[in-house]
Design a protein around this ligand. Sequence first.
Ligand SMILES: Cc1ncc(COP(=O)(O)O)c(C=O)c1O
Length: 393
Amino acid sequence: MGSKFDFIVDELQQLKDSGLYNQIRTIESAQGAWLVVDGTRVLNLCSNNYLGLANQPELKEAAKKALEEFGVGPGAVRSIAGTMSLHLELEKALAGFKHVEDTLSYQSGLCANLGTIATLVGREDAIFSDELNHASIIDGVRLTRANRFVYPHRDAKGLREVLEKEGKSARRKLIITDGVFSMDGDLAPLPELVEVAEEYEAILMVDDAHGEGVLGDHGRGLVDHFGLQGRVDIEMGTMSKAFGVVGGYIAGRKELTEYLRQRARTHLFSSAVTPPDVAACIAAVKLLESSDELVKKLWANARYFKEGMKSLGFDTGYSETPITPVMLGDASLARSFSKRLFEEKIFAMALGYPTVPMGKARIRVMISATHTHEDLDFALNVFERVGKELKVL
Ligand SMILES: Cc1ncc(COP(=O)(O)O)c(C=O)c1O
């Protein structure tokens, strides 16, 4: 007789057979340009720690101080007894950084998306979502009972057509897009989206997870990059990427954050971020306010690496940011490539379906401000060697 879990065993086998099984590696050191992974020292080309803040001394000091003063746990959900003065300090610092009236911090970017989207729209409303939006947006949309319409990737004209056709009867309309698309590094056409949103009186929400700390003045994000302050209704962000810690937030008008504090289920029903984490987040925001040196270093590194890869003959897609996809197509090829890179002391993950569309497997290289030119030259040499060996070049 079979077991109840035979279907799981079968599906796991299918993943392995099709090259889609994700062998998750273990990091045994702090985040930085080099890591110890599964016992081997390797060049880190796959973390979202864009600015190197995950192991930055000022952030660690702030976390230690908060640990001594506030302890390790928040004790409750934010809305019952878990809102500490530190959470409010972070929200104030973020509001200043993003030039908005207010922010609401969440436990993660995923919680920010789920909680916010599901609170803002309901059965009588309509959501218009870019076809390549992040999974946390897709899941947020699934939590609502609103009508959903997916518009073609980065296509403001396509969005306008869908809004014209489907938006008329909706009580409220929510347009939602990734700011930087995390798998390809391309940008949402925000100026055009703002115009469409204003014309159709739709709420516009941007997921700036990969924009903040990277784009705009001092890394204030995509809205700042395009000079659209005050014209994007909701910015969602995460503290887990360029800010180097963990957590998420929503930035916008006071009535928005006030409403989410009352209604967003991820805010109401899951405990707050811990005091040391929040203190480290505050230190990260202050650091970015005071200097854009790391943001500039990140961009200089990204340009250097991308130009090097292009001149070697790699297809690096349409990235407009430090995210550098190395397009390989076939999932097994991407896995073999990543495996060979690891043997040559480079940690760069292969991404396949369902993280990216079928047939668009790739190695996604994440450049950071912590890399030296020597590191990047080392990476370029290895990519060239492995590329030739696997007949990609
Ligand atoms: C575009 C985008 N949105 C949201 C998230 C979720 O952020 P977090 O890791 O803080 O939950 C991520 C990160 O995985 C992301 O890339």
